[in-house]
Design a protein around this ligand. Structure first.
Ligand SMILES: [Zn+2]
Ligand SMILES: [Zn+2]
Length: 205
């Protein structure tokens, strides 16, 4: 009768459970299914109802992690939680924008060709087989690799001075045409830095 326990903590058997719950964490005891870190009390969390070995229970996620892993569920939870008028709840479009920014950053990292300062002195140039010194320009271009009878393109590191040879190689997967523009688009460098890197690369033909 006077039960005041968290309804999501240890539910009474007959209590109907919403498939999705969006709420502020009532304690710091839950941890996020996505990133495995604890969800601090009062942080927003998304619960996804599952049928566990001991009955139904919620898999909790930080709201930001849920947006990353199961955005559709977050959308649904927002739809179904009109009662959660919390001024601090980030609007859905803000969550989405954050995701897009993250995705762009990720995509940018993967998209070759690009140039960056070598973060360590351990990477080797695949053209001349010499190390690329820490802090020096390192250019990432694509090269075709045979993989179980399939040809795929994968990134390789090269010195700026070795770029021309890399692009001239028969297995190069980075076209010379549009190379400078691609470097500009993908590297995310200030104009002066990019100009410096391009000067180190030199003419391509
Ligand atoms: Zn998380
Ligand atoms: Zn080299």
């Amino acid at each position: 009768m006077t039960e005041t326990n968290e309804p999501t903590g240890n539910p009474s058997a007959d209590a109907p459970k919403a498939p999705l719950v969006l709420e502020r964490a009532r304690s710091s005891r839950s941890s996020c299914k996505a990133c495995k870190k604890p969800i601090q009390k009062d942080k927003f969390r998304l619960g996804v109802l599952i049928e566990g070995p001991f009955g139904p229970g919620y898999l909790w996620h930080h709201l930001s992690c849920a947006a990353r892993r199961r955005f559709d569920d977050v959308v649904q939870a927002y739809d179904e939680a009109p009662k959660l008028f919390d001024p601090e709840l980030p609007p859905l479009n803000e969550l989405k924008q954050n995701l897009e920014v993250e995705e762009k950053k990720k995509a940018k990292k993967k998209e070759a060709p690009y140039v960056e300062r070598a973060k360590t002195g351990r990477s080797k140039c695949r053209v001349c087989d010499q190390l690329i010194a820490e802090g020096d320009w390192r250019v990432i271009v694509l090269r075709n690799v045979e993989f179980y009878n399939q040809t795929r393109s994968g990134p390789i590191n090269v010195h700026p001075r070795c770029v021309r040879a890399a692009l001239d190689a028969p297995d190069s997967a980075t076209p010379k045409e549009g190379f400078v523009q691609a470097m500009r688009d993908n590297s995310g460098l200030a104009d002066a830095d990019l100009a410096n890197a391009l000067a180190a690369i030199g003419a391509l033909s």
